[in-house]
Design a protein around this ligand. Structure first.
Ligand code: MG
Length: 249
């Protein structure tokens, strides 16, 4: 069941969105060669708790971190670790979520570590563009398939592939509500979008082939071909006038 939000509820969700975005920004600013993903995790937790928020991922299904930190060929759900030290030329996907007043915000971004190769830079640019294309399609009267189509079109036009096993989702008092928001699809198919839907739109785009595999820790997901992957995400609300981004400062 899709839980629609009233305009007042959407307003209330902006605070969780703002804090999620702040945590992501602060952690992104701290990304540099030599820092561990566990240090980034501690920073995110400090930012979220300092403003009275609760890390949304910590303890979710047993996940131990405040952030998901996924480097290079790691797609999503990397567990922060003191052993993972960022190196120049890496890319790191960071996902942060905060709960404020019972509402959840969820967002992600892939950051460069120092100077990165032109092909990695392009992967980041295209993945972000695909996210914005998906957000642009999130308006009343469109369908879920229009979001997926928009994302897939941008990613595949650039020669990349879209991960199919993981999707965006509804967001509310739970981090993962219905519907699943696929990052591929056909126009005018699927659930019709309407005012009051709050969705996390989050393409995962691979430089190589789309296939992924789960790693033995039960969380980490990597590309099968070992090529890099990027992930951008924002939580948005669909209003009569179109989408508004909730995960922004
Ligand atoms: Mg999400």
């Amino acid at each position: 069941m899709v839980i629609l939000k009233t305009p007042a509820e959407i307003d209330a969700m902006k605070e969780a969105g703002r804090l999620s975005a702040k945590a992501l920004r602060v952690v992104g600013e701290a990304v540099r060669p030599g820092i561990s993903t566990l240090e980034l995790d501690a920073l995110a937790e400090e930012v979220i708790r300092s403003e009275g928020g609760i890390p949304a991922f910590k303890g979710y299904g047993g996940f131990p971190g405040t952030i998901c930190a996924s480097v290079n060929e790691e797609v999503v759900h990397g567990i922060p670790s003191a052993k993972v030290i960022l190196q120049p030329g890496d890319i790191i996907s960071i996902d942060t979520g905060a709960i404020v007043d019972g509402w959840v915000g969820d967002n992600a971004q892939t950051f460069p570590v120092g100077k990165i190769s032109p092909d990695k830079k392009r992967l980041l640019e295209v993945t972000e563009q695909s996210m914005w294309a998906g957000i642009g399609a999130a308006r009343p009267g469109n369908h879920l398939g229009d979001i997926g189509f928009a994302i897939q079109s941008v990613a595949e036009a650039a020669g990349y592939s879209v991960v199919r096993e993981y999707t965006g989702h509804g967001v509310g008092r739970d981090m993962h509500e219905e519907p699943s928001v696929f990052n591929f699809g056909r126009k005018h198919t699927g659930l019709e979008l309407c005012e009051g839907m709050v969705l996390a739109i989050e393409p995962m785009v691979n430089m190589g082939k789309r296939k992924v595999r789960s790693m033995p820790d039960g969380w980490l997901v990597c590309t099968r071909d070992g090529k890099p992957s990027a992930h951008f995400e924002k939580t948005i609300a669909i209003t009569a006038d179109g989408p508004i981004v909730l995960t922004q400062e």
